[in-house]
Design a protein around this ligand. Structure first.
Ligand SMILES: *Cc1c(COP(=O)(O)O)cnc(C)c1O
Length: 427
């Protein structure tokens, strides 16, 4: 069934480290070899062995309208006919900026970059430059791309100094990142008290999606806003995953909390490599060439990427989000029924079209420790079983499903039916 993919993986491992260009793709945490894809159409993915899958990952979020969406493709084609890059200003960049400002409540000015990683790295440099302070606070289990400052784990206590998560991140960089406990504002308050007037920014995934989906507890984001204002540090919402995905204006629209800086990615490029960061005008004006904080990019604001992204953003109205909610809540309630009927120890976290099924005997997953308690072996078996039935899920317990508007009622029923069989098979 996966003969060609197996062969392809053997070949890619000869020339690409670990055979992949981004680690999760190697399927390591689900204990099997990765599938190599050839094409996608609507809700379906096709691998090189000719297997068809219903896609529940949507390229980790960007593909709101499913694969090879006509409008996205034709906007890319039209744009490419005129040239692929100028390294000079174009009108579409202003159009993109205006669109983002119109959609995201707290953004008054915005800079385009090429990935989410670049957006978060640049955002903390800007925060440090603007506040003239050096430390940042991040939360255990939050992912902000692979910038050195973010690859820091909690250590034993929530308030200990960070230790590098990866060789190559120096101790000196790691010590400038302080780790707080997700959904626990007291842990943030304590860090701020111990490091008075030294913290430049608090960065958070307002709806965390990189330890599986973990929504914020009631008031948590408001409390962070209060703490950051009181301590004269900036609040950064990393909405690379949630921006234009959970609502038109992202998580900040849903919870009505406005950060000082927002980072964006994924959906913003409609499947092409784009990131952005924006926020209060007085802060953004600190960037070169207007201000002293340097940040640049040869391909930033690339016309193909801007056109692809805008073709998606321009269509994101309330109907689309209602539709996404309808699709996602059907799958959600179908799964809940299956979990109950099969007596599986599992719970589901969901916000809009982002959802994670956690295999746990606890009744909640609200921080990194809770997430680490999940049964990842069980997830691995569940994943493989679903894959064999033609349902493509994220290849890790610590990721979300992202549903697209391309899912038909037939697709939804097949996802729910397969889930029931897979849960039964686990017993
Ligand atoms: C995906 C992601 C990033 C990194 O974006 P890349 O485009 O992969 O560099 C940063 N933050 C969050 C919250 C993400 O989900």
């Amino acid at each position: 069934m996966y003969k060609k993919s197996k062969e392809a993986f053997k070949n890619s491992c000869e020339v690409i480290p670990g055979g992949v260009n981004s680690p999760v793709r190697a399927f390591k945490s689900v204990n099997c070899d990765p599938v190599f894809f050839e094409s996608g159409k609507g809700s379906k993915l096709y691998d090189i062995d000719g297997n068809e899958y219903i896609d529940c990952v949507s390229s980790w979020g960007p593909l709101i309208f499913g694969h090879s969406d006509r409008e996205t493709i034709s906007s890319i084609n039209l744009s490419s006919e005129k040239g692929t890059s100028y390294g000079a200003p174009t009108l579409i960049e202003t159009e993109m900026a205006k669109k983002i400002i119109e959609m995201v409540p707290s953004i008054e000015s915005v800079r385009m970059v090429n990935s989410g990683t670049e957006a978060t790295m640049s955002a903390i440099r800007l925060a440090r430059g603007f506040t003239n302070k050096e430390l940042i606070i991040k939360f255990a289990g939050n992912y902000h791309g692979h910038g050195d400052s973010f690859l820091i784990k909690a250590g034993s206590g929530a308030l200990t100094l960070g230790l590098p998560d990866s060789p190559g991140v120096t101790k000196n960089i790691a010590k400038d990142t302080l780790i707080a406990k997700h959904n626990d504002y007291k842990s943030v308050e304590e860090i701020l008290e111990k490091n008075k007037d030294k913290v430049a920014a608090i960065i958070i995934e307002p709806i965390a999606g990189n330890m599986g989906l973990v929504p914020p507890n009631k008031k948590f984001l408001n409390q962070l806003k209060e703490l950051s204002t009181k301590n004269k540090c900036l609040l950064i919402f990393d909405e690379v995953m949630t921006g234009f995905r959970v609502a038109k204006g992202g998580a900040q629209e849903i919870y009505n909390v406005h950060p000082d800086i927002t980072t964006l990615g994924k959906v913003i490029g409609g499947g092409l490599p784009v990131g952005a960061y924006g926020g209060r005008k007085d802060i953004m004006n600190f960037l070169a060439p207007k201000g002293p904080v340097y940040q640049a990019g040869t391909l930033s604001g690339n016309p193909l990427a801007m056109n692809a992204g805008l073709s998606v953003l321009n269509r994101l109205n309330s109907d689309i989000f209602e539709n996404l909610e309808k699709i996602s809540s059907k799958i959600h309630s179908g799964f809940i029924k299956n979990i109950e009927e099969t007596n599986t120890k599992a719970i589901i976290n969901r916000v809009g079209s982002m959802m994670t099924l956690f295999f746990t005997d606890s009744d909640r997953v609200e921080n990194f420790d809770d997430a680490l308690n999940c049964d990842t072996d069980q997830y691995a078996r569940y994943f493989k079983n679903m894959l064999d039935m033609g349902i493509y899920l994220p290849p890790s317990q610590y990721e979300c499903c992202f549903f697209s508007t391309a899912l038909s009622d037939g697709d939804i029923n097949k996802i729910i039916e397969s889930n029931k069989i897979a849960l039964k098979n686990l017993q």
